[in-house]
Design a protein around this ligand. Structure first.
Ligand SMILES: *Cc1c(COP(=O)(O)O)cnc(C)c1O
Ligand SMILES: [Zn+2]
Length: 427
């Protein structure tokens, strides 16, 4: 049971379906009237927050992690954060990538540099803190891989045990991380959705704290720190559009929340367009958006894509994700696996940032948006790179479609090899 006490600046948790508001501790995770669909949104007292933190106080703050925004996060002041440097990842300007896309300016936010290699650390760090506040002695999640790796890593950094459910098909690098961090791991013989259902049942049965995305209301709150960083790193200019890969829809919802927080605090004067990028084989939200349909009742699809981190047949945070796009005048973009794979070396060669397929998908989405005339050449765009390429090296080897050549350890052999026609660095 989640008996989370209430931090003073949190006023409630509002059901995204019926609007009913609960106090933390009053319900566990979701609105009891709406079951798993009744995802709650954390409500804040912005006047109280504004008295504690502002762009001016931040300018003097030397904290190089997402905890520089702690007054905007739903945790008690005394709860210890995991001993890991989560957040405050670099925002690179990339003139080369910009010119390849015929844009004036383009930024890349590099969350591949998080402690466990994905943006999920932002949320998992918060999950461990909320589990502590709730007095839990075990924390659990189902995941396509990164949320699990992040939870296992943050638990290791906090001395908290965890039990993880991942689909059997999860990439080996992600499973290796779980084992290294000492998590108890179950490979579920089924899809991510099967693993998710099993995890919910297990958490209820054994009384574990549940980190599941699109269920635990605090996860979007952790992910929103990426939005704060983007604006602060742009000197409180708001970008025109932010591109992000979308699976369950929690990251894009978190971004939306973060930009809304800053807007409500008067730190920015508008919101960027949020551009959700989906793989062709996992395009629930794209289809639903095109059809103008209600995401809560829209039928699930069978998801399959090389970008495992954005594979979701029934996105858990679909309602909030849809609102993130529609409320900001953004768009969903649908890109092929081929385009996603091509984006990996393109991004790496132009910026030095090596992304896993889902992390490179925003670049594929930006290409599609430019082709469709959805972004003007003077728009300031940000690509959110959500995960490291080291998470899935097989995808990259496929993307580069070239094996390096074996040569004898002599200059002569090198000279011959360099003069033969095989060129494997051409894109
Ligand atoms: C989880 C994840 C995403 C998608 O986030 P959702 O909240 O599921 O939409 C994108 N990229 C990476 C690397 C991820 O781990
Ligand atoms: Zn409700």
């Amino acid at each position: 049971m989640n008996k989370t006490p209430r931090p003073d600046h949190v006023t409630g948790m509002r059901c995204t379906i019926c609007g009913k508001t609960y106090l933390p501790g009053e319900v566990d995770y979701v609105c009891p009237d709406h079951g798993n669909e009744g995802i709650l949104d954390i409500q804040y007292d912005y006047d109280a927050i504004g008295r504690q933190i502002s762009p001016q106080t931040l300018a003097r703050d030397k904290t190089c992690s997402q905890w520089r925004y702690r007054p905007l996060l739903p945790v008690l002041p005394e709860t210890p954060a995991p001993a890991a440097a989560v957040g405050w990842t670099p925002l690179y300007e990339s003139p080369r990538l910009a010119s390849a896309l015929r844009l004036d300016t383009l930024f890349v936010k590099d969350d591949s540099r998080q402690p466990t290699g994905s943006l999920k650390d932002r949320a998992s760090a918060l999950a461990v803190m909320k589990a502590r506040e709730a007095g839990a002695d075990m924390i659990t999640t189902a995941s396509t891989g990164n949320a699990a790796a992040a939870l296992a890593g943050m638990c290791a950094a906090s001395d908290m045990p965890c039990t993880i459910f991942v689909p059997r098909s999860a990439p080996r690098a992600k499973v290796a991380q779980l084992l290294a961090y000492g998590a108890r791991v179950f490979l579920v013989d089924g899809s991510y959705d099967d693993a998710f259902e099993l995890c919910l049942k297990a958490a209820a049965e054994y009384g574990w704290y549940n980190r599941n995305t699109g269920f635990n209301p605090y996860m979007a709150e952790g992910k929103k720190t990426a939005a704060f960083e983007i604006c602060e790193q742009l000197d409180w200019r708001c970008p025109d559009a932010v591109f992000v890969g979308v699976g369950d829809g929690c990251i894009i919802s978190g971004l939306h929340k973060g930009f809304l927080d800053m807007y409500r605090l008067g730190w920015i004067d508008r919101l960027p367009r949020l551009m959700g990028v989906q793989a062709e084989g996992s395009d629930f939200l794209y289809r639903c958006w095109k059809a103008g349909a209600d995401p809560v009742t829209f039928p699930a699809i069978r998801a399959h894509t090389v970008a495992d981190s954005i594979s979701a047949g029934l996105p858990r945070d679909r309602k909030k994700a849809m609102e993130s796009v529609t409320d900001t005048g953004g768009a969903f973009l649908r890109v092929s696996d081929e385009a996603i794979l091509q984006a990996i070396p393109e991004l790496a060669r132009a910026t030095g940032v090596f992304a896993e397929p889902a992390g490179a998908s925003p670049l594929a989405g930006l290409h599609a948006a430019v082709d469709q005339g959805l972004v003007r050449s003077d728009a300031v765009c940000v690509l959110l790179v959500t995960g490291s390429g080291l998470k899935d090296v097989d995808a990259t080897i496929r993307a580069c479609a070239a094996e390096p050549r074996v040569i004898a350890p002599t200059l002569d052999a090198l000279d011959k090899a360099m003069n033969t026609a095989t060129r494997n660095q051409e894109s």
